[in-house]
Design a protein around this ligand. Structure first.
Ligand SMILES: [Zn+2]
Length: 113
């Protein structure tokens, strides 16, 4: 399950940051995950819950922000929500779009104690 390995790397990043701050415990972790990042949100939720056991994040509140993917039409510059990079522009029916958000996968912030 690839969400589990993603959860492990997120925990590693958070633990490193906490260590830099001379802390032993992370109390809150906020993640930005795009709807086109290739991540199953329920699976990531579950993976984070089990992977944080016996880590500095064991008691942390984990907040996953779901970032809706957006595209911009190359023909008419219309911006709209997309499900895939192959969605059609609802304004001009063009097929050429730039993906402007939705692929992010990052630790947005964390709070240490
Ligand atoms: Zn268009």
């Amino acid at each position: 399950m690839h969400e589990f390995s993603i959860a492990l790397s997120i925990i590693e990043i958070a633990e490193n940051e906490a260590k830099k701050a001379n802390s032993e415990k992370v109390s809150e972790l906020v993640l930005d995950i795009g709807t086109m990042a290739g991540i199953e949100f329920h699976a990531l939720d579950f993976a984070m819950e089990s992977a944080t056991k016996n880590t500095m994040l064991e008691e942390a509140e984990i907040i996953i922000n779901k970032i809706q993917a957006k595209g911009k039409c190359k023909d008419c510059n219309h911006e709209f929500e997309i499900q895939t990079a192959f969605d059609q522009c609802p304004e001009c029916n063009g097929y050429f779009i730039n993906v402007i958000s939705g692929k992010e996968m990052k630790v947005k912030s964390l709070v240490v104690e």
